[in-house]
Unconditional design. Structure first.
Ligand code: TPP
Ligand code: MG
Length: 533
């Protein structure tokens, strides 16, 4: 392969690195192969390469990193097979609305007609429909411009992943420099429709808000609190949200909505107007019956995603960036005097287990809530523990909570690493189920290599509890065997050691508090395998 540039001007590689530098993307997440190697010739010294040991880990780390830096993350994958391994994590990033600029290797242009080893025959079709744009540029010299276009598209609302397929010999070809441009990243709401929603909110007797992930993604946490306080609105959290949109200890907070139609209607009953901010209305997990809203309730929605605005079964939807939408709504807001809603009932304290019994998840999370600092960042993937977490582990500050919006396991372990890489001064707590941990367990190696201050707390119940809990809904008799849901003989302390992370097994409730405290002040990563019932 020819590795010398055809002229003395910049190569595709030079122009690409200069562009990435200008766009603030000097971290490359990847797993390389021969079709990508020439990209890394003379790798610039101000860039860092973060190697993921499997592509799900690569994309998951980049997802967490992009969310925590509020910029697109740059990824390089190995042609078809690397993109294939990454596909579940790309789907999750698409659902999370995370901007990811993915480049994928491709065979050299000269041999593409001969279906060569490692080529990706339909490189731009493979990641669809879970990328906003995919391209294999017509000429080598078009690659830097395609990367620029991909970046701006990824960063435009609704944000998401994009993919550029780059033939191996393109990197050494001549190209022009591409200067970064100022391209809009936010949407202002349509004034007339927003005014209708403001009028309905002002006129409401008992308004409620339903808040979602887009609030936190858009830095609109304070604006939401202000508007809720001004209107004395009860604030529910939307179901299945990847980020947290409201302080969980606020007196107006009314808890998390379940992803079930009837239960949502039940919870919203008594509110004549519901304002949904930065969330779908609504995310369901199981089929439901009956109305979508309580009788007599009307709904307004601020959302940055045209798809979500379009499919909502009820109400008026304003397409806008959440920060700008709330800003404009604030101007139109003239709340009448309203009595504050009654505070939410909190659960009784969880008790430690009787001797010889395993700890409850409630007890573990309650203890974690007591010992963690409010600015520590929780990354959660522990499906059956989630409702318990909503009650026992309140999220207190903006940008301190992540889970995936997709339902695809494998995000948590790797995203925790990405968040920690982006915010090395913060403590990250990865709260992960024993089943979920195994989808991207290699993330432990990244945490160890980069000495990241992550406390991995593995909730070990030796099973896929969420599936067992769900089974009765699908006709299983209570307690009936659910095939493929038992997880015997996994040893997370050994797995941690095998990846270079210090681990400890906690099966005695009296050791839990001290073990958590130690993990939360360790200089590097630690793993606690906590035996729960
Ligand atoms: C990639 C992927 N495969 C399978 C599933 C189905 N699934 C949903 S919850 C779950 C169990 C998770 O187990 P664990 O992390 O141990 O949490 P627990 O249910 O025990 O709380 C599975 C397998 C999924 N959501 N994503
Ligand atoms: Mg489990």
């Amino acid at each position: 392969m020819n590795t010398s540039p055809a002229s003395s001007g910049p190569t595709v590689r030079d122009a690409t690195y200069a562009l990435l530098r200008g766009l603030g993307m000097t971290t490359v997440f990847g797993n390389p192969g021969s079709t990508e190697l020439s990209m890394f010739l003379d790798f610039p010294r101000d860039f860092r390469y973060v190697l993921g040991l499997q592509e799900s880990v690569v994309v998951g780390m980049a997802d967490g990193f992009a969310q925590a830096t509020r910029n697109a993350a740059f990824i390089n994958l190995h042609s078809a097979v690397g993109v294939g391994h990454a596909m579940g994590a790309i789907f999750t990033a698409y659902r999370n609305r995370t901007p990811l600029l993915i480049t994928a290797g491709q065979q050299a242009r000269g041999i593409l007609p001969f279906d060569p080893f490692l080529s990706s025959v339909r490189a731009t079709e493979l990641p669809r429909p879970y990328v906003k744009w995919a391209v294999e540029p017509a000429r080598a010299e078009d690659v830097p411009r395609a990367i620029a276009r991909a970046y701006y598209l990824a960063m435009m609302p609704p944000r998401g992943p994009v993919l550029v397929s780059v033939p191996a010999d393109d990197w050494n070809m001549p190209a022009d420099w591409v200067q970064p441009r100022r391209v809009s990243r936010a949407l202002r709401p349509e004034p007339a429709l927003l005014a209708e929603i403001a009028a309905a909110l002002n006129a409401a007797r008992k308004p409620a808000f339903v808040v979602g992930a887009a609030i936190d993604r858009d830095g609109a946490w304070d604006a939401t609190v202000q508007l809720a306080e001004a209107h004395q609105a009860r604030v529910f959290h939307a179901p299945m949200s990847g980020r947290c949109g409201f302080p969980n200890h606020h007196p107006l907070f009314a808890g998390y909505l379940p992803p079930m139609r009837e239960r949502i209607v039940e919870r919203l009953t008594g509110h004549d107007f519901v304002l949904v901010i930065g969330a779908p209305a609504f995310t369901y997990h199981v089929d439901g019956q009956g109305p979508f809203l309580p009788a007599g309730t009307t709904l307004g929605q601020l959302i940055d995603d045209p798809e979500i605005a379009a499919w909502a079964p009820e109400g008026s939807a304003v397409l806008c960036s959440i920060g700008l939408g709330l800003q404009d709504l604030q101007v139109l807001s003239s709340p009448p005097a309203r009595t504050p809603p009654p505070p939410r009932l909190l659960p009784a304290r969880a008790e430690p287990p009787a001797p010889g019994e395993r700890m409850s998840v409630a007890y573990v999370l309650q203890t974690l809530a007591e010992v963690r600092s409010p600015d520590s960042i929780i990354v959660e993937e522990a499906p059956s523990a989630r409702p318990v977490m909503h009650e026992r582990l309140p999220i207190l500050q903006a940008e301190t909570f992540h889970e995936m919006c997709s339902g695809g396991l494998g995000f948590g372990m790797s995203a925790a690493v990405g968040v920690a890489l982006a915010q090395p001064d913060r403590r990250v707590i990865a709260l992960i189920g024993d089943g979920s941990a195994m989808y991207t367990i290699q993330s432990l190696w990244n945490a160890a290599q980069a000495k990241l201050p992550i406390a991995f707390v593995i909730l070990k119940n030796r099973r896929y509890a969420a599936l067992q809990d769900f089974a009765p809904q699908f006709g299983f008799a209570p307690g009936a065997k659910v095939e493929g849901s038992a997880l015997p003989d996994l040893d997370f302390v050994a797995l941690a050691a095998g990846h270079g992370v210090a681990g400890r097994r906690i099966d005695d409730a009296t050791q839990l508090r001290e073990a958590l405290q130690l993990a939360l002040c360790a200089t590097g990563p630690t793993l606690l395998e906590v035996e729960v019932n």
